[in-house]
Ligand binder design. Structure first.
Ligand SMILES: Nc1ncnc2c1ncn2[C@@H]1O[C@H](COP(=O)(O)OP(=O)(O)O)[C@@H](O)[C@H]1O
Ligand SMILES: [Mg+2]
Length: 463
């Protein structure tokens, strides 16, 4: 501080200086306090007289020669400043794109102390941040569902999952295209609303993951995590708790490839957050909540060798291996998955067919329409915006079955020996299938389709 102040030609007071960062029980970290400390010293040493700074916030790191450098978390901090009815915010120029998102508060991006002081003393006003809607090149641009040959059934399952926000698991032998399919899910997810974009961007801002010159994250996040991830890596943690992968997937997708390879503890850590849509991280000095409303997509082989149920290759696993393999996956986690779909390798003829399959853009149109119907239907319910989030009460109210559909479901229930949980899941999924068909009622054809996405339950009865 002393060097910076001297280097920019200001005066460092000779007296002893005590800086009190209050409240004391909140841990502070990072370079973010540089600029506010400098301004405080200026103010206390009467170098900024007759300037009212009471309704201003200052955020930024300083270099020794007085440049103001980018810091993490500008977006949520400005959102809070707005809440506190602060009028002026001075932020690092490098964070301008991010800071420009918050309106109704004067946001001044500034690159060095000199320009800041000139503004404060009224000699040269700083321009305010302007929101520029810079088009973002999607990182998924090269990916499209039209590159996946065949696989009508899994693609349809992903379309339903995207439309209704359902969790989905894909089960199939190695090389059948599970990872390929999952990676293309972001290309058909419904558009992000502005409110959702701000929420997600806040988490990226705190984590320092908002790319430079990016005001908002505009595409739903897709977080693919490796199975070696620790429980804290998933849920968030550290002495000053940072958002974990589940929060980075907020309003988007968390992809767990090779699900049985994950540590049991990592799977368990997902349970509560999947239910509550937020995660609570406890620390000595209090608890912290981060939102984590994500869609889970998981992929797994059906057995250790991978070839159980394969049309041409023989499974070489000993008896009981399938069950044992399945039991590695946490039961309560599987209970929260609405769609279970088998992915079998497509045969050579389909693979060598040059005919392009349906494009992601076309699928996305249907997904967007179906999601719009849901947003409209659940308008009065705060926490529900898609079918996956239906509560048992709402389920009864919004999933009215035709007589035929009811009979079919009853019969399936008896024939397939379904659990009560499976019943709710089939209802939710058939609600989404009906929405994709723009049908107010759930018809028997919708129920019939929903019943097909129960591959895991079938696997449980395998040898
Ligand atoms: N239906 C398909 N259409 C086009 N390519 C495919 C298809 N299925 C598999 N492939 C090819 O096989 C590769 C392996 O698939 P992958 O998604 O890694 O399988 P898995 O995750 O099920 O083991 C893919 O990257 C792709 O090149
Ligand atoms: Mg794979």
């Amino acid at each position: 501080m002393r060097s910076t102040i001297k280097n920019v030609g200001l005066e460092f007071p000779i007296s002893e200086i005590t800086i009190n960062l209050a409240p004391a029980d909140i841990k502070k970290e990072g370079a973010i306090y540089d600029l506010p400390i400098l301004i405080s010293i200026m103010k206390a040493s009467e170098q900024l007289i007759n300037i009212n700074l009471n309704d201003s916030v200052f955020l930024g790191e300083l270099t020794l020669n007085g440049e103001i450098k980018a810091v993490k978390g500008i977006l949520p901090m400005l959102a809070k400043a707005k809440e506190l009815k602060i009028s002026n915010a001075f932020i690092p120029k490098q964070n301008e794109a991010e800071g420009s998102v918050i309106t109704d508060i004067n946001v001044y991006p500034v690159d060095n102390i000199e320009n800041l002081i000139l503004h404060l003393v009224g000699e040269r006003a700083l321009p305010k941040a302007v929101f520029r809607d810079i088009p973002q090149r999607s990182i998924y641009e090269a990916l499209d569902f039209n590159q996946v040959k065949g696989q009508y059934f899994p693609k349809r399952a992903l379309e339903i999952a995207a439309a209704g926000g359902h969790n989905v698991i894909m089960i199939g032998p190695p090389g059948s295209g599970k990872s390929m399919l999952a990676k293309r899910l972001p290309t058909i997810l419904p558009d992000l609303s502005l409110a959702e974009a701000i929420e997600t961007s806040k988490i990226y801002s705190i984590s320092g993951l908002l790319p430079i010159n990016t005001s908002l994250i505009k595409a739903r996040p897709f977080r693919s995590v490796h199975h070696t991830i620790s429980p804290a890596g998933l849920s968030g943690g550290g002495s000053i708790p940072r958002p974990g992968e589940i929060s980075l997937a907020h309003n988007g997708v968390l992809f767990l490839d090779e699900l049985p390879e994950f540590q049991r503890a990592s799977m368990e850590v997902l349970r509560q957050p999947m239910e509550d849509r937020e995660v609570t991280i406890s620390r000595v000095n209090g608890t912290l909540n981060y939102p984590c409303s994500f869609m889970l997509i998981a992929a797994m082989n059906p057995c250790p060798c991978g070839y159980h149920g394969h049309p041409t290759k023989r499974c070489i696993c000993p008896p009981g291996a399938v069950q044992k393999y399945l039991s590695k996956v946490s039961g309560p986690l599987l209970d929260r998955i609405d769609l279970q779909v088998e992915v079998l390798p497509v045969d050579f003829e389909k693979l060598s067919n040059y005919h392009l399959a349906e494009s992601s853009a076309d699928i996305k149109k249907r997904v967007n329409n179906a999601r719009q119907i849901q947003l409209e239907r659940y308008r009065e319910y705060n926490d529900v915006h898609c079918n996956a989030l239906l509560t048992p009460d709402l389920l009864k109210k919004c999933c009215v079955l035709s007589k035929n559909a009811q009979d079919l479901l009853k019969k399936a229930f008896e024939d397939l020996n379904l659990s009560a949980r499976a019943f709710d899941r089939i209802l939710k999924v058939s609600r989404t299938i009906a929405d994709l068909a723009q049908s107010e009622d759930i018809k028997s054809s919708h129920i019939a389709e929903a019943i097909q996405y129960r591959s895991l339950e079938q696997l449980k009865f395998a040898n």
